[in-house]
Design a protein around this ligand. Structure first.
Ligand SMILES: [Zn+2]
Ligand SMILES: [Zn+2]
Ligand SMILES: [Zn+2]
Length: 221
């Protein structure tokens, strides 16, 4: 396949992965979305190359298609996190920039970005990032620029980046206490509970909650 064709196949399989995640992979609408999002011929190409199959009027991924779809989705969502958290790119530009980057990330670079970001589980839109080998090993050959509040050392300063995997009620509580993206915090104590200072307020958190607050430590850059 020529480069453009590879990118189109990746793009299309990523779209199908997204549609299936939302339960929107009915053949008719999926065909439309692929036509507008990629090209007229892409569905034919995917069927010929055995990346997708049609089952009960739905578009399904074959194992070969699934492998590429997982990989491109992982690269796209990690690129989004990188753009949002480290490069502070505005939310309206995140998706299109990630879409350009994803095709050029080699497996090595993808792992390095994932490690740098502390193996994030969700993209900025709240979609799951498929884990890679580095997430299972929790590789730290490059120092993470992002970690969780639970991993901070006492006295360390950090900036809150995002909250992931918390109940809505917990998120509301944290936001009302001042644990909001962009807020600077200092960890005062990590046992028996975590105590952080956000602005003028001291906030006590249990470990379970602290491990779902992602921060960028102030002294690593
Ligand atoms: Zn894309
Ligand atoms: Zn996203
Ligand atoms: Zn990882």
């Amino acid at each position: 396949m020529v480069e453009q064709e590879i990118q189109d196949v990746e793009e299309a399989l990523g779209i199908i992965y997204n549609l299936r995640e939302k339960g929107n992979n009915a053949l008719e609408s999926a065909r439309d979305i692929l036509q507008h999002g990629v090209s007229d011929k892409i569905l034919k190409t995917l069927l010929e190359k055995n990346y997708v199959r049609i089952e009960k009027e739905h578009l399904e991924l074959t194992p070969a298609g699934e492998e590429i779809a997982v990989s491109i989705t992982r690269r796209h969502r990690l690129a989004e996190r990188l753009l949002a958290d480290i490069l502070s790119v505005g939310s309206e530009k995140i998706d299109s920039s990630a879409c350009l980057m994803e095709h050029f990330l080699s497996p090595e670079v993808t792992e390095a970005i994932c490690t740098l970001l502390g193996h994030p589980r969700l993209c900025p839109h709240g979609a799951k990032i498929p884990p890679g080998p580095c997430c299972k090993k929790k590789t730290t050959t490059v120092p993470s620029l992002v970690n969780t509040l639970a991993e901070m050392s006492v006295g360390q300063k950090a900036r809150v980046l995002y909250l992931a995997g918390l109940q809505h009620s917990d998120i509301h509580k944290l936001l009302s206490l001042g644990i909001i993206p962009g807020q600077e915090i200092v960890l005062h104590q990590n046992s028996p509970a975590f105590i952080v200072k956000a602005g003028e307020t001291n906030i006590a958190l249990d470990k379970e909650i602290a491990s779902k607050i992602y921060v960028r430590p102030a002294d690593t850059h």
